[in-house]
Design a protein around this ligand. Sequence first.
Ligand code: AHG
Ligand code: MN
Ligand code: MN
Length: 335
Amino acid sequence: MNRIVTLDEFIIRRQKDFPYASGELTGLLRDIGVAAKIVNREVNKAGLVNVLGMADRQNESGDLVQKLDLYANEKLIECLQNSGECCGIASEENEDFMPIPPVTGKSSKYVVVFDPLDGSSNIDVNVSVGTIFGIYRRKSSEDGPCMMEDFLQKGTDLVAAGYVLYGTSTLLVYTAGNGVNAFTLDPSIGEFCLSHRDIQIPARGAYYAVNQGYYLKFDVEMRRYIDHCSEMNLSLRYIGSMVSDIHRILFQGGIFLYPQTRKYPQGKLRVVYECNPLSFVVEQAGGKAIDGNLQRILDMKPQKLHQRSTITIGSPDMVDEMKEFVQRYTSVSTD
Ligand code: AHG
Ligand code: MN
Ligand code: MN
């Protein structure tokens, strides 16, 4: 029988591959693992206690906030703050980033960005939600508090990124820039155990994921591309939680699109909290991610913490084809 490898053991082993590693990154990934277990406990019993439903405020992006969003946000902040392994955090649920003072006098060189609960419209109906995170090395001097520039880095600067999927089982998937690995939470021992090594996204798949209800609000080339998906007999799967939709595509292949709409002319998904970390994971697994201008997501330099973007992400051959399709369609229709 194969011996169980826990998340903690795995990240400690990986740290040994980097002779000058200080252990901070290892510590951060462990903090996120602990927060994920706490959030998982609450998500699992959400139907039993009075945590379901809307809280009474909107977040910085103007969306209605669910109570579990706030809970997950609090727990992540607590876990990251107490360990002092990072010098600042930025959350989708907070207007500004939060500097974290050094614990035991030692200042950290990392900042963490996260979407504490992704897909919150699914919570009340017992459908999968997730947490997304990204870790950057700070740009500002270690002598002072973290600065905005530490958070507005390109996705190519990510040191590590990943997500937790609270689904039929709970999975933590992460990359530190050398492959993607997944860990499934074994509730009987309360540990994330290595379940999928070195994940490779299929070059193509049978699924496309887009909010087809907005079809009439998309630009004509996007409508034609969606028609093309249907003509190719692809199956539509759309959960409304980016983590869950991307997770399916990572394992089974396919393409996820969130194009511009009249309501969201820049796209809906947040560059810092959603697009960049998930694009990093997908690219590390051999996939691709581009925006509505057909530019690589990870090369984009965000100007604002809560900046949104359009996105097309998934199997490499399908993203390439989508790009060619749009280029061809645009050149023909402007001729
Ligand atoms: P969040 O719950 O963090 O606000 O994110 C929801 C996002 C994303 O997860 C999902 O893919 C998308 O919103 C769904 O949006 P539509 O309902 O507009 O399709
Ligand atoms: Mn989200
Ligand atoms: Mn969210």
